[in-house]
Design a protein around this ligand. Structure first.
Ligand code: NDP
Length: 461
């Protein structure tokens, strides 16, 4: 019997932390877990899940409009923000309950408190005012929105955290950033009837995505009525009688009810006692880990956003499962961060996996690009002017599909399945001999027989 109170103590009750704690406990380990806010973490409480519910809510006005083309007459419709918040909060509370129940069923001790390291084996439970010891400790404290302290007036701005609890919808909103959160929320607010402006410092939104999709989404968002200002940043936010005034570098003055900053997320490592325990942090404050998620202290591991590897829920969960394999199943397993499929729940949606055209062209001597741009079937009767874009990027040398990119309805769902094919190393010939599912949009992925163009030694031919 070990002299420690626990075999494992996990700090942070989000996707990664809960998974590590629950699975370790179900293997018979003595596990404690502490969370200072709510179990479920960013994804469940103020991220992926409530965001997706908001996305659904924001799509209805287009559904109502589209219905006319199919013979429906929809009566006058109104939207009640508070009803949405109430329904969302109820669902989030239900999910939080499931997270707690899972831990409880596995017989993990659940602590509702902030926890900080005292040394490599000792954790201080702040609310309880006592310490516990553990043989192994996992840091899974996630991240928090970058508050952009350098911006004068940043204290008047909200982040995605507050967007989930606004008392009322503003008439107009300015959203700073060109990443996942800025783009998703710009579409959400616009869909709910808020006059929406997005301001981004670079030349095109979603800097890490395929150019075609970035341009296509930009055009689609503008066509809906979202204003997008590129090559610009907010320089100052001040309070006015009506709301907020933002001044930009390019001399624009925007009067809005709300300014939302979506400028990336910082690892949550402040005040955790990590340095004192010998855990090394990088220049961004992220916990430095090796390939097995082990920190610079042998018995301390870190999982998920706090390590700033890939800030995605499924990645944190995967890292947790690898941690359990490595530490409790005598099966050293490195998380695999290669070829991760992902979706941006913009409107239209983006689904993507593998290399962008630009990255593939740099990596391989010759690539084939298969590209289709078409009007989805539903838009023929609804009359909505929207286009889907689908792209496959193929390494000409071995015919492997190295990138797949979709803009349009259900792109996220398609990306999940494409993720399997790319992970399995499927070639374009495998796609070609796959029968189409008709009539779907996805059939386009297996019926693009000739390359739209090739890129050889960086030159389009
Ligand atoms: P992202 O990293 O996606 O985007 C941050 C944006 O802020 C970029 O456009 C970046 O510009 C810009 N930026 C950063 N610093 C500044 C600055 N000082 N001034 C002006 N602009 C700045 O972060 P998000 O906050 O959108 O999301 C955080 C993470 O959460 C994402 O990385 C993603 O992994 C995850 N997430 C995933 C979702 C999903 O799976 N659907 C949904 C939401 C979040 P530039 O591009 O030029 O660097």
């Amino acid at each position: 019997m070990s002299s420690f109170d626990y075999d494992l103590f996990v700090i942070g009750g989000g996707s990664g932390g809960v998974r590590a704690a629950r699975v370790a406990a179900s293997l018979g380990k003595r596990v404690g877990i502490a969370e200072e806010y709510r179990y479920g973490g960013t994804c469940v409480i103020r991220g992926c899940v409530p965001k997706k519910l908001f996305v659904y809510a924001s799509q209805y006005h287009e559904h109502f409009e589209d219905a006319a083309g199919f013979g429906w007459t929809v009566g006058e419709s109104t939207f009640d923000w508070n009803k949405l918040i109430e329904a969302k909060d109820k669902e989030i509370a239900r999910l939080e309950g499931i997270y707690r129940k899972g831990l409880d069923n596995a017989k993990a001790d659940i602590f509702d408190t902030r926890a900080e390291l005292v040394d490599a084996h000792t954790v201080h439970l702040v609310r309880a005012g006592r310490t516990v010891t553990a043989k192994t400790i996992v840091i899974a404290t996630g991240g928090a929105p970058n508050p952009h302290n350098a911006l004068p007036g940043h204290e008047y701005c909200i982040s995605s955290n507050e967007a989930f609890h606004l008392k009322a919808l503003p008439k107009a909103i300015l959203i700073a950033g060109g990443g996942y959160i800025a783009v998703e929320f710009a579409n959400i607010f616009h869909g709910l009837g808020v006059e929406t402006t997005l301001i981004y410092r670079g030349s095109e939104i979603l800097s890490r995505f395929d150019q075609d999709l970035r341009r296509g989404l930009h055009a689609a968002m503008e066509a809906k009525g979202i204003r997008i200002l590129c090559h610009d940043i907010i320089e100052e936010v001040t309070k006015t009688e009506e709301g907020l005034r933002a001044r930009t570098k390019n001399g624009k003055v925007l009067d809005v009810g709300t300014v939302m900053l979506a400028l990336g997320r910082d690892p949550n490592t402040k005040g955790l006692g990590l340095e004192a325990a010998g855990v090394k942090l990088d220049e961004r404050g992220a916990v430095v880990v090796d390939e097995y998620s082990r920190t610079t202290v042998d018995n301390i591991y870190a999982l998920g956003d706090v390590t700033d590897r890939v800030q995605l829920t499924p990645v944190a969960i995967h890292e947790a499962m690898c941690f359990v394999e490595t530490v409790y199943k005598n099966n050293p397993t490195k998380p695999d961060h290669d070829t991760i499929a992902t979706a941006v729940f913009s409107q239209p949606e983006i689904g993507t996996v593998g290399l962008t055209e630009e990255d593939a062209a740099k990596r391989f001597r010759e690539i084939e690009v298969y590209r289709a741009e078409f009007r989805p079937m539903k838009a023929t009767l609804s009359g909505r002017a929207e286009k889907m874009i689908m792209k496959l990027i193929v390494n000409a040398e071995d015919r492997k599909v190295v990138g797949a990119h979709i803009l349009g309805h259900d792109a996220g769902e398609m990306a999940q399945l494409l993720g399997i094919t790319l992970k399995a190393g499927c070639t374009k010939d495998d796609f070609d001999r796959t029968m189409a599912v008709h009539p779907t949009a996805a059939e386009e992925l297996v019926t693009m027989y000739s390359p739209s163009y090739r890129i050889r030694n960086g030159e389009r031919v």
